[in-house]
Design a protein around this ligand. Structure first.
Ligand code: PLP
Length: 390
């Protein structure tokens, strides 16, 4: 898919276009720095130095020490390492996990597996507007809680949780409880502090780096037993990491690409926020004027994501109607592929609301014309398709 003026890409929560400067750095690194970072001769040493520089650049965006950031293959992998790794070392004293009811499958499916292994999973549901209550997490945490998991920005409706505050409150209740945050949709879009959080996942392809690279932050001294065994790569100072957090020869070129995307995104984050917020206002205003359409994203959601339901046209039908006009949106999260939305379900939405939902997700490169195109497209889609279906 080549980017051109008649294409309206409004699915940035699914993935983003690789930034040309990132692509160039990946290419240059692949061509010039292909030596293994673990090799003991000069080119290997140079690769190691580049890897450490990339690590420091990612760590800077999290306000974390460089040695506490570990490269992973993707967000899914980061979530798996953090959750499986934390539960493995807490088995002797803990029996339950507290988790939000609207996590991405890379968290919720892992915990379903853990449930089969005997863990009790305590789910905190959002209210009908998509807000989670920190009090509910704290009340559900007790002396046997191994881990609390909560995403910072929801991938389907864009609602936000103050995760540092959540972690602080959980630790007041039980200092041994770990707090894991999926920051995939939040990273570089809004500030975050690692003051109380134990582990935090990010992913490259949501921030204009390639697919196949991500990073996991682990607080210094936080004890996990990573699920993979191997050559010891991505070893940190964190306890229990003799085997490396993510063994396997490092993907240096993509790590360098991730670092470049991080630096670009970090530098422009305020400007980006302002720009996307302006586009979101235009979008909300335009969609408000369409009779019958309802908003699923709360007013205080991040500006990148706006989820609506037409209440008359099935999501997939509308998606293909818009596609004919080169307008690309999603019917939920990209992973759900048409399955009903776990987030809207957790919010107690009606079947009709879930079946007719659309997620529009914005990027800084979107324009006012893109917004106009999607508003017109949805309005015309509702008129045309409603007539066809009688
Ligand atoms: N967490 C959230 C909130 C996501 O939105 C996604 C991807 O959509 C992931 C995790 C998984 O990230 P990745 O695609 O890098 O595995």
């Amino acid at each position: 898919m080549l980017h051109n003026e008649s294409l309206h890409y409004l699915d940035h929560a699914a993935t983003t276009m690789v930034h040309p400067q990132v692509a160039q750095m990946v290419y240059d690194t692949l061509c010039q720095n292909w030596a293994n970072p673990s090799s003991l001769y000069q080119p290997g040493y140079e690769s190691r130095q580049l890897l450490d520089k990339a690590r420091a650049a990612v760590a800077k965006t999290l306000g974390a020490p460089a040695q506490q950031v570990f490269f992973t293959g993707c967000g899914t992998e980061g979530n798996n390492i953090a959750i499986q790794g934390a539960l493995k070392v807490r088995r002797s004293w803990a029996s339950n996990v507290v988790v939000s009811g609207y996590e991405h499958p890379s968290v919720s499916a892992v915990l379903r597996q853990m449930e089969q292994d005997g863990w009790e999973i305590r789910t905190i549901l959002p209210d009908s507007e998509g807000h989670l209550s920190i009090e509910d997490f704290v009340s559900a945490t007790d002396k046997q809680t191994a881990l609390v998991c909560c995403m910072q920005v929801n991938n389907e409706i864009g609602s936000v949780v103050d995760v540092n505050q959540l972690a602080r409150r959980v630790k007041e209740k039980n200092p041994r409880t770990g707090v894991h945050v999926d920051g995939v949709q939040a990273w570089l879009r809004m500030p975050v502090s690692m003051e109380y959080i134990d582990s935090y996942t990010v992913s490259g392809h949501k921030v204009h780096a390639p697919k196949g690279i991500g990073a996991l932050y682990l607080r210094e001294g936080y004890h996990i037993q990573p699920p993979f065994a191997g050559g010891g790569q991505e070893k940190g100072k964190t306890a229990g990491q003799q085997q490396g957090v993510r063994p396997g020869t490092e993907n240096l070129a993509y790590a360098v690409g991730l670092a470049k995307a991080a630096a670009l995104g970090y530098k422009s984050s305020q400007e980006r926020w302002n720009r996307v917020a302006g586009l979101n206002r235009q979008l909300r205003q335009g969609l408000k004027e369409i009779p019958g359409l309802v908003f699923n994203s709360p007013e205080d959601a991040v500006p990148e994501v706006l989820n609506v339901s037409t209440m008359c046209i099935k999501s997939e039908t509308m998606l293909h109607f818009l596609e004919q006009r080169q307008i690309y949106v999603s019917s939920g999260s990209a992973c759900s592929k048409g399955a009903s939305s776990p987030t809207l379900q957790a919010m107690g939405a009606s079947a009709l609301r879930m079946d007719t939902a659309l997620r529009i997700s914005l990027g800084a490169e979107n324009t006012s014309q893109d917004i106009q195109a999607v508003v017109d497209g949805i309005r015309e889609g509702m008129q045309t398709l409603a007539k066809i279906s009688g």
